[in-house]
Design a protein. Structure first.
Length: 585
């Protein structure tokens, strides 16, 4: 009962201290759910001007929204412009510790103002820590059919600049203009170094401020304010956020509650002593149990090691996927890093993973072979973008159906970048100290360098295994009368195709057999044992989109000792063999 009694005492103490005198710079809100407003911000008509910092004035609208109006200086090179340069930002949240503002809406046509706004003279800048900047070009086009736009080129429609007669679109300037289907468009202007959230309202737009610097105050649980007696203009200081007048009230509370606290502290001390004694006895029993059952050889980890690994994967995934912007790669909306609690927030994809649909014949029939073929092509384009489309090459190392998510239109998006590695496009070999990935999809060279060097071709191998599983092969029941445990499906399917035999796969429409055969042959090309014999993802896309069925690759399962199977030598690596290989690495 001691903890409950102590809680009641302190609750009474805080009740005595809670009613502080009102002051003119107290925290205010425009609405119950709105952000708390305090220094360096101040609300006009509610705070005195000295409660905030110059340029940080806010006001509350009649709808109880929190609004900040920023006047931006005009760039000297722009003349005769009729654009308004006072921009109103509707504020959703303020992070005082990290000095960030999250914008929920912008009043007016902000994209149209960007070419003439001089951000360098503003106290606020676009946040750059996890928002990667791009250069965009705006085009004036005759009315466009949205179905004809290839969104892998990062098109964004700008409604506030468009009209019923024409559309204004923004395009990532890094694309080669001659490749874009914009023949009916004329260039308007370029915008340098902005986040794509300016055009895409579904993602948060963040602004930061560098002055005043109040991070240190916030980190220690204190607040920031202007110094009254400072000789330096706008110098700040830290102060305790406790209300003024708390010291006298604390003295009164101490005189009233002191004797009671003394008794309760004595009770609490005895309770803590008893609890500690019981905890130590329990820990000793656990330690003795672990000693007695050491023969079972469980691996014991320190909590610090587990937390360190989790943090590394978390940082790796945020740092990697934050650089990616492609229609077939899942988009990182945000993240949470609150102490030991870490989470990544992705766009919502309602149709779960590809594994859900290809794990059964019923699921594959629900999608149909034409859609499965389209999904395969789009996954390949996503991987090819990771290999060639980013500033640095991204190797995923965990391509599998569980890591391919489907949106409401069954468009695939590659996810889970916890094992990914970054390297330059000129770097053909990747160093790796231990195997990474999922058993069944890991390329042979990731286990043993006898097969070659680890490179982007390792993702090609994983994609090949994914294609074969899309056909339904990795869980095939028809083993031709052989012992299923000894049958390696890729070798089995190669022999079937090579000998021209029928494969028992459900075909519903004319032409589906051609799609199935193409998926299997391309998959076999991708899982060649040696990386040099596998095609690049660009060639894979060409084979999948070609009207013709590719020719059969050479047999990757031919044994060097003359036997016909490698299921137990090279085609399949067991878990015990994986442990030996990982230790040797």
């Amino acid at each position: 009962m001691a903890p409950q009694l102590i809680y009641l005492v302190f609750l009474s103490l805080f009740a005595v201290l809670g009613s502080s005198t009102q002051n003119e710079c107290q925290v205010q809100k425009c609405s119950h759910h709105g952000p708390a407003i305090r220094f360096p911000f101040w609300i006009k008509d509610r705070h005195q001007q000295h409660c905030g910092y110059p340029g940080f004035e806010l006001h509350c609208t009649q709808n109880h929204d929190t609004v900040m109006e920023l006047p931006f200086p005009v760039k000297a090179s722009i003349k005769d412009s009729k654009l308004s340069f006072s921009v109103q930002f509707y504020i959703k949240d303020i992070n005082y510790k990290n000095q960030l503002i999250e914008i929920s809406d912008i009043d007016g046509c902000f994209p149209g103002s960007l070419p003439v706004l001089n951000f360098s003279a503003s106290p606020f800048q676009f946040e750059s820590q996890f928002s990667y900047f791009y250069n965009f070009t705006l085009f004036n086009c005759s009315k466009l059919n949205p179905n004809n736009l290839d969104y892998s080129y990062y098109y964004y429609h700008v409604p506030c600049l468009s009209s019923p007669d024409y559309d204004i679109i923004s395009v990532d300037s890094s694309n080669y203009l001659y490749e874009l289907p914009i023949s009916s468009c004329s260039k308007m202007f370029d915008i340098q170094s902005i986040p794509y959230a300016v055009f895409e309202s579904t993602y948060p737009l963040l602004l930061n401020w560098s002055r005043p610097v109040c991070r240190d105050c916030e980190a220690t649980g204190k607040h920031c304010r202007l110094k009254n007696d400072s000789s330096i203009l706008y110098e700040t200081e830290c102060y305790s956020s406790k209300p003024e007048g708390s010291v006298p009230k604390l003295r009164v509370a101490g005189e009233v509650l002191g004797p009671l606290l003394a008794v309760l502290l004595a009770i609490a001390s005895y309770w803590i002593y008893s609890s500690t004694k019981l905890k130590k006895e329990s820990e000793m029993k656990i330690e003795q149990f672990l000693v007695d059952y050491k023969g079972l050889k469980p691996t014991r980890y320190l909590s610090s090691i587990i937390l360190k690994g989790t943090a590394k994967n978390f940082i790796n995934e945020v740092g990697t996927i934050g650089k990616i912007h492609h229609v077939n790669v899942v988009r990182l909306v945000g993240y949470c890093a609150d102490g030991f609690r870490r989470a990544l927030v992705y766009e919502f994809l309602p149709n779960d993973s590809l594994q859900k649909f290809i794990s059964s014949e019923k699921g594959r029939c629900l999608l149909g072979w034409e859609r499965l073929h389209r999904i395969a092509v789009d996954i390949a384009k996503g991987i090819e973008y990771l290999h060639q489309g980013c500033e640095q090459r991204i190797l995923h190392f965990d391509i599998k159906p569980n890591n391919v998510l489907l949106d409401d239109n069954f468009n695939p998006k590659i996810s889970d970048f916890g094992l990914a590695k970054l390297c330059s496009k000129e770097q053909s070999i990747v160093s790796m100290t231990a195997a990474r990935g999922t058993i069944g999809y890991i390329a042979p060279e990731v286990f043993s360098r006898n097969f070659g060097n680890v490179s982007y071709k390792s993702d090609v191998y994983s994609f090949g295994m994914l294609l074969l599983e899309m056909v339904g092969g990795l869980k095939k029941n028809d083993a031709g009368g052989q012992d299923k445990s000894q049958v390696y499906f890729p070798e089995w399917i190669y022999n079937k195709l090579d000998q021209g035999e029928e494969i028992a796969i459900q075909i519903e429409k004319e032409g589906d057999d051609k799609i199935v055969r193409k998926l299997m042959i391309v998959g076999l090309w991708c899982i060649q044992w040696y990386p040099v014999e596998r095609p690049s993802m660009k060639v894979v896309i060409q084979m999948l989109e070609s009207e013709e069925i590719p020719s059969m690759p050479s047999n990757p399962f031919t044994s060097t000792n003359g036997t016909n199977t490698l299921a137990t030598t090279r085609g399949r690596i067991t878990r015990s063999e994986l442990e030996v290989i990982s230790e040797s690495e």
